[in-house]
Write a protein that binds this ligand. Structure first.
Ligand code: GLU
Length: 358
């Protein structure tokens, strides 16, 4: 065969989709950064695994991502402080700003409060590139440790171009959930993370990362929360509503200096009679109360404004000025949104807008 014919055949083969895929596979995989904070995923008996040791657990990692690791902390999730949240969020923003070639970041966390840390990052990391929060239910010294599999999946999700623009993602047990909605639903089982009525965003399967839906609310690159000048998050407390619940807990957090209270109310926003009085105590002192639901899913609707000719009682006026419906944001996440809202404004209509938009 003549040289020209051979060159033609080779050019045709190179242009074929099969060839293009082979070339793409051979190209360097995306770069992903691991920021390890601790949790069961690293809690090996006799000494916690470091970020570098976690990477070594995944033999085929180079197929999916080139990973650089850094150790942020190595503690149980409930030991992370709010100051560390600020630091972690700043670090992520810095990493994205300094490294435009980075595909995404994986953050390891203990699972107990993972949903809170993930939601905080969802609202404060201002990049379209994915932040994937991952953990494990079994520790590295337990038979059936699933941490390495979860971590491998988290790297694959962070490396996947289709993960961009979806906010902070929670990846465990082959499933991708949004940090806005993910919650720990079981204290022990591997399938613990779920989004109750909404369902998963996608899954991590043998052949790839697959998405089925997206969330429409604001987050990450469309978030207005900028922590640049924030050195401390305002104190916001969560208080449960239950049959006969007294109001003194509400009064005592107000007296202790709380800037806001989230009530995990019954049904679509019911509180006990004594709690209602205590809410007036909070409102008189300028403290906002966000009403969320303890049911685990569903929405608390904003109250309809009274018509102009209706006389408002003093309590109604106070509640119009300080009571905010959480919409479908779960109590622990409503606390985070209220904390961030309070770093920006004391205007109740602005905070209501945020609950409707995020
Ligand atoms: N499940 C615990 C957590 O959420 C982990 C325990 C530990 O790492 O000590 O952090």
């Amino acid at each position: 065969m003549g040289r020209l014919a051979l060159a033609c055949i080779l050019t045709l083969i190179a242009a074929s989709p099969v060839c293009a895929r082979l070339v793409a596979q051979e190209a360097d995989p995306p770069r992903v950064r691991l920021i390890a904070t601790g949790g069961t995923i690293s809690n090996r008996e006799g000494g916690r695994l470091t970020a570098d040791e976690l990477i070594e657990l995944i033999p085929d990692l180079a197929r999916y991502a080139r990973v650089e690791a850094e150790q942020f902390a190595n503690v149980a999730s409930s030991q992370l402080t709010l100051d560390q949240w600020l630091e972690l969020s700043r670090r992520l923003n810095e990493v994205f700003a300094q490294d435009s070639g980075l595909a995404g970041v994986v953050v390891t966390s203990g699972t107990d409060t993972l949903e809170e840390t993930a939601y905080f990052l969802h609202l404060t990391v201002r990049s379209e590139r994915p932040v994937v929060v991952v953990g494990a239910m079994r520790n590295p010294s337990t038979l059936g440790y699933e941490g390495a599999a979860n971590l491998q999946q988290a790297f694959r999700v962070a490396a996947a171009p289709q993960s961009r623009g979806k906010g902070t993602l929670v990846v465990l047990n082959d499933e991708i959930n949004s940090a806005r909605e993910a919650t720990k639903t079981d204290s022990l089982r591997l399938h613990t993370f779920a989004t109750r009525s909404y369902g998963v965003l996608g899954s991590v399967d043998r052949d790839g990362v697959v998405y089925y839906r997206n969330i429409l609310r604001r987050h990450t690159y469309r978030s207005e929360f900028d922590l640049t000048g924030v050195s401390k998050l305002p104190r916001v407390d969560v208080i449960m509503v239950y049959q006969g619940a007294s109001g003194d807990l509400i009064e005592s957090v107000v007296d202790a200096g709380s800037h806001g209270i989230v009530l995990a109310a019954a049904g679509a926003g019911a509180t006990s009679g004594t709690q209602r009085l205590a809410m007036a105590y909070a409102h008189e002192r300028g403290i906002f109360t966000v009403i969320s639901t303890r049911t685990g899913s569903g929405r608390v609707m904003p109250r309809r404004a009274p018509t102009t000719d209706q006389e408002m009682s003093e309590n109604q006026q106070l509640s119009a000025a300080y009571r905010i419906a959480a919409q479908d944001i779960a109590p622990l996440k409503a606390r985070i949104l209220l904390m961030l809202a309070l770093t920006k404004t004391n205007d109740v209509s602005e905070i209501r807008r945020m609950f409707a938009e995020y």
